[in-house]
Design a protein around this ligand. Structure first.
Ligand code: G6P
Ligand code: MG
Length: 212
């Protein structure tokens, strides 16, 4: 499957860079400000999930999903994002996950096309900070996608942007919702993380470094 791959579709958070810790710190700060406890364990449920859905999950955990107006929820998401952007603006190349840059470079050198497939609206800034924008032929992110994973939209748009059929593409994902999106889109899937969590992935590795 990896030898026949013509296109690689890469999630960002948890695959290329470990931004989950910054999402967690920012969501926890927001949750605490509105009187909700939020643990690292709770944060697992937010991985790969859109910003809107993340807030809903936090409010549901405290049975507060009906306590706020749409305007208040928008303000809360903006508040969280400002803290998150503050964290990621301080990131540098040392925060690229092991093997990510090397693997992208290696597959590109043998003619494989690469696309980013992320729900994050902050993707362009993160790629810029890490100086890896040039490693992608196409960028599909939260700014151009309307249906969150597990809907396959993000990866279908990625394959289309690369001019490839889904079956010739491999999705690299750390979230179960992302693996499901890849499967529903007709792509092969590589899970980055424990096989007992990413049960539907074709294969699982601990990080892209294992594929070098
Ligand atoms: C990725 C992350 C999620 C995050 C989402 C939206 O999928 O895994 O945890 O909620 O992007 O990110 P954003 O930067 O737009 O808030
Ligand atoms: Mg992810």
């Amino acid at each position: 499957m990896l030898e026949d791959m013509k296109g690689g579709l890469f999630d960002l958070d948890g695959v290329i860079v470990d931004t989950a810790k910054y999402h967690y710190l920012a969501w926890r700060r927001l949750a605490n400000e509105i009187g909700i406890d939020f643990s690292e364990h709770d944060n697992e449920r937010l991985k790969g999930v859109s910003r809107v859905r993340s807030l809903e999950i936090i409010l549901e955990m405290a049975n507060k999903e009906k306590a706020y107006s749409e305007a208040e929820k928008t303000e809360m998401m903006d508040r969280k994002n400002a803290w998150y952007v503050d964290y990621i603006s301080k990131m540098d190349e040392s925060e690229i996950l092991p093997g990510a840059r090397e693997y992208l470079t290696e597959i590109r050198s043998r003619g494989v096309k690469t696309a980013l497939g992320s729900a994050s609206k902050n993707s362009p800034m993160i790629l810029d900070k890490l100086k890896i924008t040039d490693l992608f032929d196409a960028i599909v992110d939260g700014n151009v996608v309307s249906k969150p994973k597990p809907d396959p939209e993000v990866f279908l748009k990625g394959a289309e942007a690369l001019g490839l059929a889904p079956k010739d593409c491999v999705v690299f994902e750390d979230a179960q919702a992302g693996i499901e999106a890849g499967r529903r889109g007709g792509m092969h899937t590589v899970g980055i993380g424990p096989p007992d969590v990413l049960t539907d992935a074709d294969i699982c590795v601990k990080g892209l470094y294992e594929l070098l």
